[in-house]
Design a protein around this ligand. Structure first.
Ligand code: NAP
Length: 304
């Protein structure tokens, strides 16, 4: 089935999942003039897009029936499975030639399953998870890591460019997800590094804001230090990126590593600390709440 280029005011774009990330990402597509149809489990969260001109549909199947390209940005692998394979899922509404783009972080094997099911219906599928957080989503500065059909990737590139600054094709189905998991392994390391460093500086009696001023400009510079350390100093643990989602990502990465007979002791340690954080009731906080688990270990009660 030949693919046609996307065109503002002509191409019909479906969007499923309008949470912390999906809402601002879809807003950028709408702002470019594409004809958008939305669906979200909780309708209220999609209403800001409806107010800006998006059409509401009652199920993922209805979204697919009315779209040329469908994006999904839901939470967990089971959500993705329901949205694609459920009784009123996307695959029930797919036509040959459509392009499906899952931007949720999920196992590479699930991306491959969706790709296969779409191909059997003559449609194309991409896995296109993102990095850059809530800030990156709002400012259209995401890094988007893409796996799947290369020709379909080239067609949807202008849509991805509306949401991100770094858009890189990584290979066949699942390659985008593998790249995202690689990214999460780095994040696990930087997050524990930043949290432990702040606790060290605190115990040493330093002024944390002044410490940040020095270390943000040197070799320790990183996204976590720039964006999340200031939130920690303010005692603001709102997500951002949910602890529950990060535990999901690290679990997927550890499972993939186990399958590849790869030992990742650093990632395992950080994963365990985050499981403790969930057990302490912090699953819906932002990932920088890791500092709370570490404070607990050393009986630290910082003034905030
Ligand atoms: P979120 O705020 O929980 O948004 C997920 C949205 O998907 C929610 O609005 C949810 O509906 C909806 N949803 C879930 N299951 C659904 C279903 N079966 N049908 C329709 N809608 C459904 O999460 P998020 O922070 O945007 O993250 C989304 C994904 O991106 C996750 O996989 C996460 O790991 C990844 N990610 C997040 C960040 C970040 O910084 N936040 C960065 C990179 C990647 P409800 O409104 O009913 O809950």
């Amino acid at each position: 089935m030949p693919l046609s280029p996307v065109q503002p005011h002509q191409t019909k774009v479906g969007w499923i999942g309008t949470g912390v990330m999906g809402l601002p990402m879809c807003r950028h597509i709408l702002a470019k003039g594409y004809l958008v149809t939305v669906f979200n489990r909780t309708k209220e969260k999609a209403l800001p897009l409806v107010e800006k001109g998006a059409r509401w549909a009652d199920s993922p199947m209805e979204v697919a029936k009315g779209s040329d390209v469908v994006f999904t940005m839901v939470g967990f692998p089971e959500d993705v499975r329901q949205v694609y394979f459920g009784p009123s899922g996307i695959l029930k509404g797919v036509r040959a030639g459509m392009i499906l783009v899952d931007m949720t972080t999920t196992p590479p094997s699930l991306a491959q399953e969706i790709h296969k099911a779409a191909a059997e219906l003559g449609a194309y599928a991409l896995d296109a998870p993102v990095s850059g957080g809530d800030v990156g989503a709002r400012e259209a500065r995401l890094s988007i890591m893409v796996g799947g059909d290369r020709d379909a990737f080239e067609v949807v590139r202008p849509l991805l460019e509306a949401m991100g600054k770094s858009i890189v094709y990584q290979g066949g189905p699942g390659a985008g997800q593998h790249t995202k998991l690689t990214n999460q392994i780095v994040i696990a390391g930087t997050m524990i590094g930043v949290c432990e460093a702040l606790l060290y500086a605190y115990k040493a009696g330093l002024d944390l804001a002044t410490v940040l001023e020095s270390i943000r400009g040197g070799a320790a510079q990183c996204w976590t230090l720039d964006n999340l350390a200031p939130r920690i100093l303010k005692g603001n643990f709102d997500p951002g990126f949910f602890v529950d989602h990060f535990v999901k990502d690290m679990g997927i990465a550890l499972e993939e590593a186990r399958r590849m007979k790869l030992s990742l002791p650093g990632l395992s340690l950080v994963h365990q600390l985050y499981v403790a954080l969930q057990a302490q009731g912090h699953g819906q906080k932002g990932t920088h709440a890791l500092i709370l688990a570490l404070e607990h270990l050393s009986a630290i009660r910082r003034d905030q």
